[in-house]
Design a protein around this ligand. Structure first.
Ligand SMILES: Nc1ncnc2c1ncn2[C@@H]1O[C@H](COP(=O)(O)OP(=O)(O)OP(=O)(O)O)[C@@H](O)[C@H]1O
Ligand SMILES: [Mg+2]
Length: 266
């Protein structure tokens, strides 16, 4: 076991039942099939693959929204289900997910200010001025005006809500950000801003797990890449090595169908 790995999956499988299945004789399928991968502290992993290949399932296992049916999920070298109460709290604070669909994750009855300050009060500081300062920084980081803090979730566009959920994930100074398609609903200029923000976070030592359809985005931001297909890990390794010399037919076809131009440029 390597201590430097902040998150790992060891031979993890996750099954779901099909809609007409029930109990023991229901038909189940593997949303993830025997997946092993690890993320070193301070590094970055991009997860790519077609729709339904298991990317979000990996993210949800990593932040224990789902439990593995087989295998182990480790945080800092320890199986998540074996963490003590304190360790579990630490883990829950340190591993923050930015969801693919932010609309379901913000409480419609809370202003953005309360949504953002709850975590800060709980984990960082109770001092009013410090909270204020932190809120200011967060809004700046994600490129939203400070005054918007008084608004409710429904008063924002989808892209703005996405940025708020990024701000919320960052509000409690996590060690790991798991971002599930964080820029796909944003227009190009905002995308660039968020991607730059992710780069800046990495410079500050945050571990980044980024799910994206774009090989260009992943190659730009992530040291390592995991290519998923139908619940299996097709290919996994250093991003530039994998993309410049793909071993699996599936990775080759992903490269061929994308606008990614690494091969041509190099
Ligand atoms: N809670 C669930 N109940 C039943 N099936 C599920 C559940 N979550 C995921 N699945 C199924 O598991 C498979 C993998 O889903 P997952 O959401 O991980 O895919 P994905 O790679 O994130 O796809 P996308 O790019 O469309 O977001 C899919 O077939 C999906 O329908
Ligand atoms: Mg998904």
């Amino acid at each position: 076991m390597q201590d430097s790995n902040i998150l790992s999956l060891e031979q993890v499988s996750k099954y779901f039942y099909t809609s007409n299945g029930f109990f023991n004789n229901g038909r189940h399928f593997a949303a993830l099939n025997n997946v092993t991968l690890s993320v070193a502290s301070g590094s970055s992993l991009g997860i790519v693959g077609e729709s339904g290949s298991g990317k979000t399932t990996i993210a949800r296992l990593m932040c224990s929204i789902y439990k593995a049916d087989k295998g182990r999920v480790l945080y800092d070298g320890k199986e998540i289900s074996m963490l003590s109460k304190n360790e579990k709290q630490e883990y829950m604070k340190n591993v923050q997910m930015v969801f693919q669909d932010p609309d379901n994750t913000l409480n419609p009855k809370l202003t953005i200010k309360s949504a953002l300050s709850d975590g800060i009060k709980q984990h960082i500081t109770k001092d009013k001025d410090e909270i204020q300062e932190k809120l200011k920084q967060l809004m700046e980081m994600v490129g939203l005006p400070y005054e918007y803090l008084e608004r409710y979730p429904h008063e924002f566009s989808g892209g703005q809500r996405q940025r708020i959920s990024i701000a919320r994930a960052l509000s409690i100074n996590p060690k790991v950000i798991i971002a599930d398609e964080p820029v796909s609903s944003l227009d190009v200029s905002v995308q660039a801003q968020i991607l730059n923000l992710m780069k800046a976070l990495q410079k500050n030592g945050i571990t980044l797990i980024l799910i994206s359809h774009s090989l260009a985005v992943v190659s730009n931001l992530c040291e390592n890449i995991a290519v998923m297909q139908k619940g299996k890990l097709e290919e996994y390794g250093n991003t530039l090595e994998v993309l410049s010399n793909p071993q699996s037919e599936y990775t080759k076809s992903l490269l061929a169908s994308s606008s990614y131009t690494f091969m041509k440029n190099n």
